[in-house]
Ligand binder design. Sequence first.
Ligand SMILES: Nc1nc2c(ncn2[C@@H]2O[C@H](COP(=O)(O)OP(=O)(O)OP(=O)(O)O)[C@@H](O)[C@H]2O)c(=O)[nH]1
Ligand SMILES: [Mg+2]
Length: 472
Amino acid sequence: MPELLSKKYRDQLVTWIGRTCHFQLVYKISRDGCSAPTFHQKCDGQGATVTVLYNTNNTIYGGYLSQSWNSNGGWINDPNAFLFRLQYNGSSNPLKFPVTGTGNAGYGHSNYGPTFGGGHDIYTFSGTVSPSGKAFSLNGGLTILGHSYNLNGQNVNTIANNSLEVTNLEVYKVIDGPGQTVPDLDKPWREHDGWTNETMQALKESLLDYKPMTETNVTAANILLIGQIGAGKSSFFNSVNSIFRGKITSKACSGSFEHSVTTMYRQYKVKDFSKGKFLNFRLCDTRGFEEEFALDAQEISFILDGNIPDRYQFNPLVPFTPDTPGYIKDPNMKDKIHCVAFVIDGSTVDVMSDTVQKRMKDLQVRMNHRGLPQVVFLTKLDKICPDVNDDVKNTFTSTAVCDAVEKVAEIMGLPRAHVLPVKNYESETKLKPALDILLMQALQRCLDFADDYMDEQLDKMAAEGKNVQSKD
Ligand SMILES: Nc1nc2c(ncn2[C@@H]2O[C@H](COP(=O)(O)OP(=O)(O)OP(=O)(O)O)[C@@H](O)[C@H]2O)c(=O)[nH]1
Ligand SMILES: [Mg+2]
């Protein structure tokens, strides 16, 4: 799990500490659990430490002690201690508050988490605190009245939003010497082409120009959207459709219900309204699968192979068979799926059940068997990270998104580059270039993979001596 303290803030702390040093993460509540005994087990006797709180208002604050933490139930005397604020409401805003009452710089108690100052100025928590969702409501107390520190006119609100509701708390051991170079967390975790209007237009042009490989009879690449109910499959089609429509549309029904909103198999084409032509791909929208309600795996095989017709009404009680009216008996390459996109709600990655994971694995076996490329559209980024909610341009610098991408890649057994973060249009009333860029980049990757797949199929057919220009 990456460390949260960015290079910029590390450099600031080093300046304040006033000697060449670096930081080693020794305790992190999201990783180790928010528990006083664990904190002391990991941090007591470690020498100088920095405690950093990340609150849900995007404010980063904490304290430095040059003396070790202990569990003795007594004050820690430290003439070098200071409290600090690094970031306030999402903006870098560093301030140092030096110790004034050195005898009460810290307080070491076996049942207390990190505690600073008489009063106490910052008393993080006692005992054990369980997370609720992605946050921890720390049960300590925040006064920051400057009992033992010089606040320079600041107060508990301007330093910490008077909030102990944190997404994380980390304790770093301070080690003398320069240490290794730390990755710059402000640098993007994935290369991307930027967020300009030009990037957006270039992507749009490239999708408009897209044609499947000419050696095949395929006129449109088929991308299957598959995943749990409510993950955003239909919204993905609506979003892409909106981009080329030039305004927000919602042709496919979307919403949140107990059972899948989508009940019909639809092979959607997208029309560009400025040029009046259809794009050469189809987004194939399926019924979502539910916790206790599996998709019939054989039905999915029929979709992959092109046996199921457009507008087939899914019936969970009566799965599709070759006797079902509309069954396409001799599908060829143009009817088949050429790339699969698992649509996964990014905000539920941490709580994805074993049943759901197993279901997706079972489907993957069928896809692997056919050599089908697979990607993940990781949706609802706005719910993973407040910075992304503010502005999707923060997607590739957000550690929360980076974490979710890594986790999904691991669950699905796919390379990280196949996990494509997107934010669908849902509450917006106007198109936004940054959203368009994420959506179109994801689509472009799918089409590249679809081409690879068709290429591979052609090679295979050639090797088997079949006529690649098969009848229509
Ligand atoms: N915040 C947020 N909400 C989203 C996003 N994408 C989809 N939604 C919402 O999630 C809900 C479900 O979206 P759908 O597109 O209907 O999901 P689906 O996968 O088609 O679901 P079923 O057809 O029921 O299987 C809707 O209320 C959408 O508005 C997103 O990126 N961010
Ligand atoms: Mg749907």
